[in-house]
Design a protein around this ligand. Structure first.
Ligand code: GLP
Length: 240
């Protein structure tokens, strides 16, 4: 794993966006995936700016969302679909060739897993998978114990995720499950970019990058990825 330790969140965001852009320049018809959550906002903003200023061409590129809270669609503030729409697709002045956004509000949620797998079959594998890391080491919604060989699937939210999820929402929501790209799909990406910021992530980043590779810390699987670039601020790298 390559480590790029940045002085602050702003530098992390810029470096991550530049790394995505460099991958896309090599494969302009590639498939991209960004996470939701707090960490990627700055990176997405930099990426949008680069596209709008003509530094990156997305006209042949494809995009797929990483995960979603089961029960939520784009109308709920804090959903991954809303994050993608408001921070990526709306400010972009150019369009991707194809996009696929998981619809967590589909009452037949298994259909969404099938659609996600079908999208990977048509447009995959990923050229770049940008990932955040959960406080328990989850990637997307691949919670502790997730199968390293899984494709798209739903998963019960872990107590750690349930404990922190209120930071994303303005109201209390009775969420119990997530739907996510599986670790097998993530691991097939040509390049994985793991982003993390803040002191609170230092310990789990250390366990994921330096600890045992184990399903109880899903992000530890990235130690086996041949081209994983960790772009983090100094606080998140503190224990490395
Ligand atoms: C969330 C999402 C992940 C995200 C992670 C970290 O629950 N399911 O896709 O990467 O947890 O989020 P944050 O960047 O807000 O710490």
């Amino acid at each position: 794993m390559e480590l790029i330790c940045c002085k602050d969140y702003e530098e992390m965001s810029r470096k991550a966006a530049e790394t995505v852009a460099a991958c896309l320049k090599k494969k302009p018809d590639g498939l991209l995936s960004f996470p939701g959550g707090e960490t990627p906002l700055g990176m997405v903003q930099h990426f949008v700016k680069m596209v709008n200023e003509g530094e990156v061409d997305i006209s042949r590129a494809n995009y797929v969302s990483l995960d979603e809270w089961v029960g939520l669609g784009p109308d709920t503030l804090g959903s991954c679909a809303q994050f993608n729409r408001d921070n990526l697709f709306t400010p972009l002045q150019k369009e991707f060739a194809n996009i696929h956004i998981i619809n967590g509000a589909n009452s037949q949620i298994e259909e969404e897993c099938e659609k996600l797998d079908a999208y990977f079959a048509a447009y995959g594998p990923l050229t770049v998978s940008v990932l955040g890391i959960g406080m328990n080491g989850h990637l997307g919604f691949n919670e502790e114990g997730s199968d390293f060989n899984a494709k798209a699937h739903t998963v019960p939210l872990s107590p750690v995720t349930i404990g922190i999820m209120s930071k994303y929402f303005t109201e209390e929501l009775p969420l119990t499950h997530g739907i996510t790209q599986g670790l097998a799909q993530i691991m097939q990406a040509d390049t994985v970019i793991l982003i993390a910021a803040g002191e609170k992530k230092a310990e789990i980043v250390h366990r994921a990058m330096r600890g045992e590779v184990t399903e109880s810390v899903p992000a530890s699987i990235l130690q086996r990825h041949p081209n994983c670039i960790c772009v983090m601020d100094e606080a998140a790298c503190r224990l490395l």
